[in-house]
Design a protein around this ligand. Structure first.
Ligand SMILES: NC(=O)C1=CN([C@@H]2O[C@H](COP(=O)(O)OP(=O)(O)OC[C@H]3O[C@@H](n4cnc5c(N)ncnc54)[C@H](O)[C@@H]3O)[C@@H](O)[C@H]2O)C=CC1
Ligand SMILES: CC(=O)C(C)=O
Length: 256
């Protein structure tokens, strides 16, 4: 029987790419997102290749939604082995523009979504009587402070903390917890950030993107597939002896 992986924020960008890669690697995949039609489109692409996928509508900031999503994935696909807490939002927030709504909503989605996804996955893995893998999306901006990203960066630093803490707590359940930290990836999220930073400075989109991309040693932006390759390792048996780590996938921007 196939192992089952659930990916949040799987309707576009990095999440869609991870779902397709894990399906290629033999996982049955549950694709979770707020808009059913978006995750359904990606799930349809996977099933048209003869692979197994289901689409589930859920909002990661809602704890009940995440428990329901994990239950539905298990009922429809027959097991539950891996969760990729990928969904996130990235408001551009120069420090003096941070307001209460942006702070609360970003933390609820990025940090709350990671915690609820983790709880739902752990409850299910324990009920099924086996371990599993929890994989969280942080960012290079969660390893090194990025200007204009105070709120987003704070959530991504927190996700690394959650990853380390839960790795220690859940080791006894044979559950590993790791994070991936993408650099600058060609997705709607990154395009939006680059445009807003450019607008704030009265410059164009390429200038905005260059503010983030100038330190990439490999001199190219990441494709979503570059990130999916690293997540595939964290979801595979090959990472069984790795826990509590953040795998930085940024073409050589941040070294630590
Ligand atoms: N694009 C980049 O350069 C980088 C992205 N990341 C992280 O990678 C992850 C994926 O990012 P991208 O694919 O670039 O973003 P994206 O904005 O292109 O896609 C994110 C997906 O998450 C979904 N989502 C947002 N809030 C949700 C919620 N409350 N419930 C369910 N789904 C929700 C969105 O609808 C969207 O489909 C995020 O956690 C992001 O912070 C990290 C570093 C760099
Ligand atoms: C969006 C993001 O995570 C960046 C710029 O690192």
């Amino acid at each position: 029987m196939s192992k089952v992986a659930l990916v949040t924020g799987a309707g576009q960008g990095i999440g869609a790419s991870i779902a397709m890669r894990l399906a290629n690697d033999g996982f049955a995949v549950a694709l979770v997102g707020r808009t059913l039609s978006k995750v359904q489109d990606v799930a349809d692409k996977i099933t048209s290749n003869g692979q197994k996928a289901v689409a589930i509508a859920a909002d990661v900031q809602n704890r009940d939604d995440m428990f329901r999503a994990v239950n539905e994935a298990t009922e429809q696909l027959g097991d539950f082995n891996v969760i990729v807490n990928n969904a996130g939002v990235a408001p551009t927030t120069p420090i003096m523009e941070v307001n209460q709504d942006t702070l609360d909503s970003t933390w609820k989605i990025n940090v709350g979504g990671t915690i609820w996804g983790t709880q739902a996955a752990v409850e299910k893995m324990r009920a099924l009587g086996h371990g599993g893998k929890i994989i969280n999306a942080t960012s290079q901006a969660g390893v090194l402070g990025n200007p204009n990203l105070t709120v987003y960066g704070s959530t991504k630093f927190a996700i690394r903390g959650i990853t380390q803490t839960t790795a220690r707590e859940l080791a006894a359940d044979n559950i590993t917890v790791n994070a991936f930290a993408p650099g600058i990836v060609k997705t709607p999220m990154m395009n939006d950030i680059a445009q807003k930073v450019a607008d704030n400075a009265g410059k164009d989109f390429d200038w905005g993107m260059q503010q983030f991309a100038q330190d990439i040693s490999l001199k190219r932006l990441a494709e979503p597939e570059d990130i999916a390759n690293a997540v595939a390792f964290l979801a595979s048996k090959d990472s069984d002896y790795v826990t509590g780590q953040t795998l930085i996938v940024d073409g050589g921007m941040v070294f630590q």
